[in-house]
Design a binder for this molecule. Structure first.
Ligand code: ASP
Length: 344
């Protein structure tokens, strides 16, 4: 770790906010102040440079343009640093970490997202510990000098999670994120214990990083619920502006079996749209072979998302659709485990 160099990228979010004395709302402040708030990071014998997004953004304003900027920034600085720490608002952190995991191919260095529930200037903040541990993880290497965690991940409340397996589960607890279908990559206690067997390694440590910034965002998410109407469903699923639909279904991938419901699914499928089945459940997997209702979806050409999170499904579709105009190709590769996002 000594002698490592880290680029800390501050995009915005609570971690770098303070209260405006005029109206008491939280507003972003200059990143220079973060380093003043966390003098501990200066004690590491490593080089920590910083880059601040302009403008700083509340992560509710994150969009694919921001992911493209972030991926490009990492690519442009890749050879100069051993690891990257991305300070990001918690609201869409799982979306960003998921998208980046698909956009950065052959990653051999850590990209560790973190943030906080309480601004770093507040007495009981979780921001300091999150930031300091994220820096340590981004710099950690094995005896051969390879990064211990060459993945896009999220460090929060003592746990390191694979980014594309994570989801925000609490708007107020310090334990704001969970990875319901995959173990933690590391846990921070007195020391940081790495779960090396669970961490992905690049196919080759010497191949260069490849960055895919071409994203096709024509994806809709439809959460199935009792009382959903044909009009709403057709509007979301069959419009020309939609190329793919993530169907958030019940349990192991089930949906209503009524004639009108299946007619709309078949209509969307027949028109060539990519339909991906993701469960609304916090944990577990889609299995369209258990119930008749799931089987109907499978017969209609709906692809199983297995145990993927909705955040990850969105990033995976943006990425695959950005790579090819051929929806049949997209469907085939949706079933592949690209970056450890599904259990297969
Ligand atoms: N609204 C903030 C954001 O996501 C919340 C946070 O940082 O926790 O940017």
């Amino acid at each position: 770790m000594n002698g490592s160099s880290i680029l800390m990228i501050y995009t915005g979010g609570t971690i770098g906010m303070k209260q405006d004395p005029l109206d008491q709302t939280l507003k972003p402040f200059d990143f220079g102040q973060i380093q003043e708030e966390v003098p501990e990071i200066r004690k590491y014998a490593m080089k920590i440079d910083s880059f601040t997004f302009d403008p700083l953004i509340d992560s509710s304003d994150v969009d694919p343009t921001m992911w493209q900027a972030l991926a490009t920034l990492i690519r442009d600085n890749y050879d100069r640093y051993d690891g990257f720490v991305v300070l990001h608002g918690t609201d869409t952190m799982s979306y960003s970490a998921s998208a980046l995991s698909f956009m950065l191919d052959n990653l051999s260095k850590p990209v560790v997202f973190t943030g906080s529930q309480l601004p770093i200037g507040m007495p009981r903040t979780d921001g300091k510990e999150n930031l300091i541990s994220a820096v340590e993880i981004a710099a950690a290497k094995d005896p051969e000098g390879h990064a211990l965690v060459p993945e896009v991940c999220i460090f929060f409340d003592s746990k390191l999670l694979r980014g594309n397996r994570s989801t925000k589960v609490s708007s107020e607890d310090f334990m704001a994120f969970r990875s319901p279908n995959y173990p933690s990559l590391a846990e921070a206690g007195i020391s940081i214990k790495y779960n090396t067997g669970a961490i992905l390694k690049p196919e080759s440590w010497t191949d260069p990083l490849r960055v895919n910034t071409s994203l096709d965002t024509r994806v809709s998410i439809l959460k199935i619920h009792p009382g959903i109407t044909p009009k709403v469903m057709r509007h979301i699923m069959c419009g020309d502006e939609t190329r793919a639909v993530i169907l958030e279904t019940y349990g192991s991938g089930n949906a209503p079996s009524g004639q009108w419901f299946m007619d709309i699914v078949r209509e969307a499928s027949a028109s060539g749209k990519v339909l991906l089945n993701v469960t609304q459940c916090m944990s577990g997997t889609v299995n369209m072979d258990i119930y008749a209702t799931g089987k109907n979806l499978k017969r209609a050409g709906v692809v199983s998302g297995l145990d993927i999170t909705t955040e990850s499904a969105l990033g995976k579709l943006f990425y695959l659709m950005g790579k090819s105009k051929d929806n049949a190709w997209v469907k085939t590769h949706l079933e592949d485990n690209l970056k450890g996002e599904i259990s297969k």
